[in-house]
Design a protein around this ligand. Structure first.
Ligand code: GBH
Length: 486
């Protein structure tokens, strides 16, 4: 690094920048029957043979429900300033609905946990729903598919949380509505597993349900935000937003205008599907054109709820792809925008190294590009990077000593955080937080426990004992060198 670059690197991130780690309830908590918790769609889904790679479930996971003190100690040892975790709705309202009883024991658990985090100097960032919808709502009225009931029940649940956890100032309504919609209702890979593919599910319609579900999630988000702003924000003094996932894209052949267009359209189908309504009140033109009346239209009331509903943009970001346009009419179950993604471009350049996750290859320059893309399109919103991280090829099969030397993950964080710092210093991107996924190895959804994302190794065969990996200790000095002093 030149002296000039070093100087720049030292002032790259604003003084109030917060960093920490992220997790989600179903992936870490376990204790699925404790203190009156009701079942979620993930309890039901994992019980169906063949849905999870190693046949596992979140029944024990990291046992974090019983180990809050251990997790807080880990966060402290890593030097984390913030912790993003999600609440399990059915611990707080076991049946989920607005006329169903509240379970005080569940709420008390989270309230105590937040108090303990704050006492340790760690700011809680709460996700209200990270995919684990109460199972009763799925059975009662079709869960996320119900345009009237679901938003009202979610608003009620959100109100219970705002009221019961006044010490929390950082709220995220939903984690990655794209995944709930597409993976849950088109591909059928995630709960509740609905799809047109009859070899996977007896019910479902991939051509319509994902778009309906996405719409309902947006309206539910809007309702929760309005409730917060009307009745809690003034006293609470906090902020609220939604977290969206999306890869960076590069055209497969930059000389082909159709690939250039497709690379942009890929981001619209992944991100702008939700972000355009939140910032502009309308779905992107490219989606309306391809999906026609399969994409719901916002009523005036819905539009008023959704437009302007972000105090910050929550960004989950892991990887990048090359994008190649497809010719002709896309099939009815297409959700990508009539294109295909590859890890190699027309010249044979590879986007990044292989990991344990088939969809993930590190490409830090893409992170800077996507931060800039989002900032330009949505007028430089305040951004929290609410997830970012990597698995490692073959990690689960390595001896523990080798797992603890996770230089590949350490390098990922080093590259990604520096790319973000550059976007902040040179591109005017207003990024104020970064959460590494994840604090712990945990239940990696359809991949079970075979894929590890933690900076902490969890020994599932020996009482879920935790061992920090090398990467766990890298983030504190890294941010120390990048965040400006007051
Ligand atoms: C995050 O999503 C989740 O929020 C978190 O719970 C999870 O543990 C973490 O990733 C690691 O996976 O199978 O080709 O259809 C990241 C965004 C978007 C990544 C959907 C996987 C599926 C690609 N995810 N994507 S594919």
């Amino acid at each position: 690094m030149s002296t000039q670059q070093k100087k720049m690197a030292h002032m790259a991130l604003p003084a109030d920048f917060k960093w920490g780690f992220a997790t989600a309830a179903y992936q870490i908590e376990g204790a699925i029957d404790k203190d009156g918790r009701g079942p979620t769609i993930w309890d039901t889904f994992t019980a169906i043979p063949g849905k999870i790679a190693d046949g596992s479930s979140g029944v024990t996971a990291c046992d974090s429900y019983n180990r809050t003190a251990e997790d807080i100690a880990l966060l402290k040892d890593c030097g984390a300033q913030a912790y993003r975790f999600s609440l399990c709705w059915s611990r707080i309202i076991p049946k989920g609905g607005r006329d169903d009883p509240i379970n005080q024991a569940g709420l008390d658990h989270y309230s105590k946990f937040c108090d303990e985090l704050l006492a340790a100097g760690i700011t809680p960032f709460i996700t209200l729903l990270h995919w684990d919808v109460p199972d009763e709502l799925e059975k009662r009225y079709g869960g996320l598919r119900n345009r009237e009931e679901f938003p009202l029940d979610f608003e009620n649940y959100a109100r219970v949380c705002f009221k019961g956890l006044p010490q929390v100032k950082n709220w995220i309504t939903f984690n990655e509505p794209w995944c709930s919609s597409i993976l849950g209702y088109s591909v059928g890979q995630f709960a509740p597993g609905r799809t047109s593919d009859r070899s996977k599910s007896a019910e479902g319609d991939s051509s319509t349900e994902p778009w309906i579900v996405g719409h309902n999630l947006l309206v539910a988000h809007g309702r929760a935000v309005k409730a917060y702003r009307d009745d809690f924000k003034e006293a609470n003094g906090g902020e609220i937003g939604i977290t969206l996932n999306g890869d960076a894209t590069f055209p497969y052949d930059p000389r082909d205008p159709k690939d250039v267009e497709a690379a942009n359209r890929k981001i619209e189908f992944a991100i702008s599907w939700f972000a355009d309504p939140v910032y502009f009140g309308e779905y992107p033109e490219s989606m309306r054109k391809q999906l026609g009346d399969r994409l719901p239209t916002f009523t005036e009331e819905e539009k008023a709820l959704v437009k302007g509903s972000n105090d910050f943009y929550g960004m989950n970001h892991y990887t990048a792809d090359y994008v190649k346009h497809l010719d002709g009419e896309p099939p009815l179950d297409d959700f990508k925008g009539n294109l295909e993604t590859t890890f190699w471009n027309y010249r044979g350049d590879c986007i990044g190294d292989e990991t344990q996750s088939p969809w993930l290859r590190p490409c830090a320059p893409g992170f800077r590009d996507l931060l800039v893309w989002l900032s330009k399109r949505y007028n430089y919103p305040k951004i929290y990077v609410t997830e970012s991280g990597t698995s490692i090829k073959g990690e689960n099969d390595m001896p523990m000593e080798q797992i603890l030397q996770d230089d590949f993950r350490l390098q990922y964080y080093d590259d990604y955080v520096k790319a973000m710092a550059t976007a902040s210093a040179l591109d005017g991107v207003n990024v104020r937080g970064y959460f590494a996924w994840s604090l712990l190895d945990n239940f990696e959804w359809a991949e079970g426990y075979e894929t590890r994302f933690g900076v902490t190794y969890v020994d599932y065969n020996n009482g879920q004992k935790r061992y920090p990996k090398k990467s766990a200790k890298h983030l504190a000095p890294l941010f120390e060198s990048l965040v400006r002093k007051e």
